[in-house]
Design a protein around this ligand. Structure first.
Ligand code: SF4
Ligand code: MG
Length: 318
């Protein structure tokens, strides 16, 4: 299958009065059609910033300062906001925002909130739009009758399913899901993951799944990208990343996951703090926390290179 998304040398910086925060700093990757790419890393590494940037809507005071984002072959960097809104966002690429289920408007019914984009973007009549909304509610495992209900009448898991259905309504080529299960309890989390796997199979969804929880990614992703301090430091098949991680940061991140039957006391934690992105460390940004750091690591930025077929890592050791 071809690539539905191609990102090259993408840079998005926040211009704050304390300095320039390099949240997305020279990132390149592809998303294949029908593929789920997991995007993981500690909080503050730039995962959500990358998600918003791909939608062409970095949060203020963020600006795309370089690079290219092609969705189904069409360049979206540099398009005016009016075109992004009319032709790209929700139609070509949509996002399940972190915490969106708590942002549903309490004064409108679920149906009313879902049909608005269909009427605006597709020029559908109210009846057609409601029909389609109900079809998508069924697809995510909800009773279509909930179009008549209000958000406060639904559980957290149900609201999250509404948010997922809404992100899919305009049949986008790419969906970005930002921590879609984080606020939910473990049982509901597993149900939502199963629903997303089903959607992937039935709709052939191409998705970027953002989370800080690597154990979830093993469940759902075909490939995984690991972000550290605004850069992708490793990317490859999910199994490779999970069982044979090449980058020292990925190895540390995996060692910090609690596994079943393992003594919690033995969990490793990564010493040190994620770096400040106003003045990121020189050379390899992980060097202050890396047990293998050398002089070269402090001075030169490692680029992603292929360590084996379709498996890339940015580390001078490799
Ligand atoms: Fe560690 Fe050096 Fe590799 Fe960075 S480049 S992860 S500091 S060994
Ligand atoms: Mg985030």
């Amino acid at each position: 299958a071809g690539n539905v998304l191609e990102v090259r040398n993408l840079k998005m910086y926040y211009f704050t009065n304390r300095g320039v925060v390099r949240a997305v700093d020279d990132i390149s990757f592809d998303l294949k059609k029908g593929e789920v790419l997991g995007l993981a890393g500690e909080s503050g590494c730039g995962k959500s910033s990358l998600g918003f940037t791909l939608l062409g809507m970095p949060s203020p005071p963020g600006k795309i300062v370089g690079g290219s984002i092609k969705i189904d072959g069409r360049e979206i960097v540099g398009l005016p906001e009016s075109v992004l809104r009319k032709e790209i966002r929700w139609q070509k690429i949509s996002m399940i925002f972190q915490g969106a289920m708590n942002a549903l408007n309490p004064v409108y019914t679920i149906g009313y909130q879902m049909i608005e984009p269909l009427i605006y973007h597709k020029g559908m009549s109210k009846e057609e739009a409601l029909d389609k909304a109900q079809k998508y509610l069924e697809l995510v495992g909800l009773d279509p009758e909930i179009v008549n209900r209000y958000p406060h009448e639904l559980s957290g898991g149900m609201k999250q399913r509404v948010v997922i259905a809404t992100a899919l309504l305009l049949e986008p080529d790419v969906v970005i899901a930002d921590e879609p299960t984080t606020a939910l309890d473990v049982v509901v989390q597993a149900q939502i993951i199963n629903t997303m796997k089903k959607l992937k199979k039935e709709l052939g969804l191409s998705m970027i799944f953002i989370t800080h929880d690597l154990s979830i990614l093993a469940e759902i992703s075909d490939r995984v990208a690991i972000m550290y301090a605004g850069k992708i430091v490793e990317i490859g098949d999910s199994e490779k990343i999970y069982y044979e991680p090449a980058h020292p940061y990925t190895q540390k991140l995996l060692a910090a996951i609690p596994r079943l039957h393992e003594d919690v006391e033995k969990l490793e934690f990564i010493p040190g703090q994620p770096p400040n992105l106003i003045n990121p460390p020189s050379g390899c940004r992980f060097h202050p926390r890396c047990p293998y750091a050398t002089q070269q690591c402090k001075e030169q930025i490692p680029e992603l290179k292929e360590v084996e077929k379709d498996h890339y890592a940015a580390c001078w050791l490799l």
